[in-house]
Design a protein around this ligand. Structure first.
Ligand code: GAR
Length: 183
């Protein structure tokens, strides 16, 4: 079983799905840039190892070095980003080349970046979804490992669509991570 570290910034529902449906991997660290992230509290209660480091008031390289030291101390081999709302530096990505994956709430290559659901609705799309991809230096630009689609329904708002996509994320991500660690 491969050792996985999860990085998150908030609610952590994708992290919970990865923990609860772990197959072929062990989550040995849940780390965050937000010390009071709800996902960190959940992981702690669950008895998982956690690490938090606010990036405030320090050079980005120092912040990332702290996160990385914690990941290495936990024996992490693969990093799964789960609502981690910060860009990793090129140097960090290079050190972990091919060993970081992310879940993004759109059908990539459509709607990289933020506000994906509002943009899909505004474009008049009939389907939305989520993508699991390898992380490279290009934002939301690495190889797509898998996607799940959901319909966009009449009357959808960004929030109602986000909730539908999120359920698909929770099904897709554990499957993709299990596949990724055994490939
Ligand atoms: C998820 O919808 C995830 O796809 C998205 O943030 C949400 C995090 O929710 N990620 C991004 O937008 C990455 N740029 P969660 O904290 O409950 O998993």
């Amino acid at each position: 079983t491969r050792k996985v570290g999860i990085l998150l910034s908030g609610r952590g529902s994708n992290m919970m799905a990865l923990v609860e449906h772990a197959r072929g991997y062990d989550v040995t660290l849940v780390a965050s840039d937000k010390p009071d992230a709800a996902g960190i509290a959940w992981a702690r209660e669950r008895g998982l190892a956690t690490f938090t480091q606010s990036p405030k008031g320090m050079p980005k390289a120092d912040y990332e070095a702290a996160i990385e030291a914690a990941l290495r101390a936990a024996g992490v081999e693969v990093i799964a980003l789960a609502g981690y709302m910060r860009l990793l530096s090129d140097a960090f990505v290079a050190r972990w080349r091919g060993r970081i994956i992310n879940i993004h709430p759109s059908l990539l290559p459509k709607y990289k970046g933020l506000d994906t659901h509002a943009r899909a609705i505004a474009a008049g799309d009939a389907v939305a979804g989520c993508s699991v991809h390898v992380v490279t230096e290009e934002l939301d630009g690495g190889d797509v490992l898998g996607q799940a689609e959901v319909p966009i329904l009449p009357g959808d708002t960004a929030d109602t669509l986000a909730a539908r996509v999120l359920k698909a994320e929770h099904r897709l991500y554990p499957i993709m991570l299990a596949e990724f660690v055994t490939r």
